[in-house]
Design a protein around this ligand. Structure first.
Ligand SMILES: NC(=O)c1ccc[n+]([C@@H]2O[C@H](COP(=O)([O-])OP(=O)(O)OC[C@H]3O[C@@H](n4cnc5c(N)ncnc54)[C@H](O)[C@@H]3O)[C@@H](O)[C@H]2O)c1
Length: 314
């Protein structure tokens, strides 16, 4: 297959490109490098079936032309820093909604008929039902990021209906592994790098979330793609269990500098728009035959090691 990956130089995108190449696909990574790093793609650049395009979904007038002949688009490009939304209220509107609209229009123009989209647990807001299934509603996101992703999901559904762009929408839990560009593990490692004596945690550390290893994230997306054949296929994508932020802080400190002091804030969340407790029900994918191999806390443990290895190598 010829596959186009927006956000291909980002955390998940760079792993996805490698996985697809190893499966024998021809892959183009497309990224404006605002958050991603070309360095993540370095081992792939010399492979004949791989190409990299540096461009921006908000500015690229040649996108439809560029997409001609592709069989499938993975759309991962977005702002991935949830906390930024409250100070830059048009960020997710542009990077999630407008960027997705531009991509869908270009796919329509180019006749590309299949799309895989990276949505998020944030679209559920502070859901009362946990674990939260795909059928939960009403959907009341509390962040601009969640609002942007939910709007992008809606646009994708309308394009699927009107123009036959078959879609697979995945609402991810927190994804972790090497090449992190954001999130608790990345943030803790950066803070300890700046000051190895103390780790300041945003919020009281009692936030609980489900963490999904990036390998499982990619396998889950591909499983759903090959198995579910509706016009719009919508899935939660998560592992088993939830992990407390305090435990993550302790894991990172133990690996980096066991004598560092951990300081917690007093709020129940890290920032305005943060959902302190999220737990996705991934029973829909499980009923089709797929489960994450690695449970939440093991994914965190593995990722702290992988992120450190990456940090020390570069
Ligand atoms: N990592 C997670 O925990 C998680 C959870 C839920 C959903 N997601 C979603 O999965 C996707 C990938 O996440 P990630 O963790 O790899 O984040 P990331 O920030 O590492 O990757 C996003 C990539 O998109 C690129 N990008 C942003 N705006 C662009 C634009 N206008 N044009 C071209 N490229 C652009 C960035 O440079 C970056 O490389 C994102 O859409 C994110 O919202 C991630």
């Amino acid at each position: 297959m010829k596959v186009f990956v927006t956000g291909g130089a980002g955390f998940i995108g760079s792993h996805l490109c490698e996985n697809l190449l190893n499966r024998g696909d021809e892959v183009t990574a497309y990224d404006n490098l605002s958050l991603g790093r070309k360095e993540f793609l370095k081992p792939l650049l010399s492979r004949p079936s791989f190409s990299f395009v540096e461009n921006d979904l908000l500015k690229d007038v040649d996108l439809a032309q560029r997409l001609k002949g592709y069989d499938l688009v993975f759309h991962l490009a977005a702002n991935s820093d949830i906390s930024l939304g409250s100070s830059r209220t048009d960020l997710d509107l542009k990077q999630s909604v407008m960027a997705t609209y531009n991509l869908l229009e270009a796919m329509r123009g180019a006749g590309v008929g299949r799309l895989i989209f990276s949505s998020t647990s944030a679209i559920y807001g502070e859901a009362e039902l946990k674990p939260t299934p795909e059928t939960y509603g009403p959907l009341v996101p509390i962040s601009f990021y969640g609002a942007g992703k939910l709007s992008a999901e809606s646009l994708i559904c309308a394009y699927a209906h009107h123009y036959g762009i078959r879609s697979w929408i995945y609402r991810f839990a927190n994804v972790v592994g090497a090449h992190l560009t954001h999130g608790a593990i990345h943030d803790f490692l950066q803070r300890l790098k700046a000051d190895p004596s103390v780790l300041k945690v945003l919020g009281d550390g009692r936030q609980r979330k489900s963490y999904l290893h990036v390998t499982d994230c990619i396998e889950g997306m591909l499983f759903g793609f090959h198995t579910a054949k509706d016009e719009v296929n919508l899935f939660n994508l998560a592992s088993r269990g939830v992990t407390e932020v305090r435990w993550i802080a302790e894991q990172v400190v133990a690996q980096v500098n066991a004598s560092a002091r951990i300081e917690y804030g007093s709020e129940d969340r890290g920032w305005s728009g943060d959902v302190p407790y999220s737990w996705l029900d991934s029973g829909k994918l499980a009923n089709l035959g797929w489960k994450a191999k690695v449970e939440s806390s093991v994914a965190v443990e593995m990722s702290v090691r992988e992120a450190l290895q990456w940090q020390n190598r570069s």
